[in-house]
Design a protein around this ligand. Sequence first.
Ligand code: SF4
Ligand code: SF4
Length: 211
Amino acid sequence: MSSVSQYFKGLFQGIGGLLTGMSVTWTELFTKKITQQYPENRKTLVISDRFRGELVMPHDANNEHACTSCGICQMNCPNGTIVIKSKTIETEDGKKKKILDEYYYNLGSCTFCNLCVLTCPSDAIKFDNTFESSVFTRGKLNMKLNQLGSKLREKKKPEPKPVAEKPAAVETAPAAPKPAAAPASVETEKKENITSQDSADSATSDNVTKE
Ligand code: SF4
Ligand code: SF4
């Protein structure tokens, strides 16, 4: 093959490759985008509820939480990520009670295994889906989860059930006294009277027959 024909063969192969590449480029230019522009889309970004970003202790409007300071989450954490400090107080009725003083969580050593949340008997902690957790110093990863001045939410005591009123006792009329048994002599007299009357009746009937 001459050098001229080799030249044109290479030229057409190059043009063919260029067109193939351009067709892929133009196709991708008009297909729907599956990537997102972070952080420009931060306000509209949707994170799955199942995403475990950071351990939190929810507080209500009265600055109350549900942590009883039982220490179960601390015992179950495989990484020593949770440190609970408790204190003992005296209640109004003079009893001593252990309450939560400080609840520390170290995001830097958490492996997001969720064991602490699953084993908490009071549902006092959960994972939120915060994901922007970068900080400049490692110490900032150790967070106190209970808010300043917060306290344990008291469980509502079940209201006592209303006692059903007993129906008024029905006054029963005194039983009528049974008639006293007639004396034996009276009964005997009655029988004798009946017998004599029967014999008189039979005599009368005999007389009628004779006539
Ligand atoms: S998610 Fe796991 S590692 Fe993190 S604090 Fe809870 S138990 Fe510990
Ligand atoms: S968060 Fe739950 S398991 Fe941990 S100390 Fe509080 S009540 Fe107990």
